[in-house]
Design a binder for this molecule. Structure first.
Ligand code: FUB
Length: 324
């Protein structure tokens, strides 16, 4: 693939989770729109209210099919506002969509919706997952047959409001040399509807084996968890938020620890950066978004795909974002 390709020129979509189901590539993005809510650090301007699903037979030239609206806030019994980055997994003949949404108290929870087909529509459960909090769920079906969820995000993602899976009286963001807040990992129950255990910290270490510090903003986790497996290693990738990088760390099992390895995508036009990585028909791809088509409106993002390449030592060749 020579140049990154915009996938849905007629609409604003972001946070693509790409998966191969039944030999087709499916994309589960957030659906941006102009809600008129002013931009702030809490992310209120990302006021999304539904999801579409897209599919393709070929990433580089093929047509992108829009399967239409597959889930809306008004269909979710516990909904407050803001359907952010979702993910989908297949198990026991069903497709499970995991979505973060603020409840009626304006607290992010993670919900599940179910379909018989990868293209939806998805029917939501009555309540969010017990014990869930924060946002950006990513589901990893491991080779051991277990399914793991990675989640969490700072600032508007509310992770700083919790410690040891309990809500704090006041949000507390570590600073400077203090260890950065970790993304969370949790094994899912076999029916995919609840956590099978308490979420754990996913540790991201530097080259000396020390947890990345909160002040190390070009490397520490902010949001947008993604997991993939390549050549015997687990690759955990994520956004650094206010420094606008997609980075990765590698480990030997789904719980980690992970060691920081480098940058995958340099800053794009826009504030957020968010991605997924998938192998399809023998090539690896980085699905992501930027705000070039909306001329820099940070809340109106457009889906893109670029080819991703590895070096012989398993490191990833960084891709240049559109802000460079
Ligand atoms: O789309 C809303 C939020 O913006 C996502 O959940 C974050 O990862 C960021 O991309």
């Amino acid at each position: 693939m020579k140049e990154p390709r915009y996938l849905v020129p007629g609409d604003y979509m972001a946070d693509p989770a790409a998966h191969v189901f039944n030999d087709k590539l499916y994309i589960y993005p957030s659906h941006d729109w102009e809600s008129g809510i002013p931009e702030n650090d809490n992310g209120d301007h990302f006021n999304m209210k539904d999801y579409h699903v897209f599919s393709m037979d070929d990433v580089e030239q093929g047509e992108v099919t829009d399967h239409g609206v597959v889930l809306r806030t008004e269909d979710i019994p516990w909904a407050g506002r803001q359907l952010w980055d979702s993910d989908v997994a297949f198990r026991n003949g069903k497709y499970y969509m995991y979505f973060p949404l603020k409840d009626q108290n304006d607290i992010f929870r993670i919900g599940v919706a179910i379909s018989d087909r990868p293209e939806g529509p998805f029917i939501p459960q009555e309540n969010p997952i017990k014990g869930s909090y924060s946002m950006d769920p990513c589901i990893w079906p491991d080779k051991d047959g277990e399914y793991y969820m990675y989640f969490g995000g700072l600032w508007g993602g509310q992770l700083q409001r919790y410690r040891n899976n309990k809500a704090l009286e006041c949000a507390l963001l570590p600073e400077g040399d203090e260890p950065a807040l970790c993304p969370k990992v949790v094994r899912l129950r076999e029916d995919m509807l609840e956590f099978a255990e308490e979420p754990r910290d996913l540790m991201i270490l530097d080259e000396k084996g020390k947890l990345l510090s909160a002040g190390d903003t070009k490397r520490r986790f902010f949001e947008a968890s993604w997991m993939h497996y390549y050549n015997g290693k687990y690759y955990f990738s994520y956004s650094t938020g206010d420094t606008h990088l997609i980075c990765y760390a590698t480990g030997d099992n789904p719980y980690g620890p992970f060691t920081y390895r480098g940058v995958i995508l340099t800053p794009v036009v826009g504030w957020t950066t968010h991605h997924s990585i998938v192998e399809f028909k023998g090539k690896w791809y980085l699905f992501h978004h930027d705000c070039v088509p909306s001329k820099g409106k940070t809340w109106l993002r457009s889906l893109k795909v670029a080819e991703l390449k590895y070096n012989p030592d398993g490191s990833i060749q960084p891709i240049k974002g559109t802000a460079e």
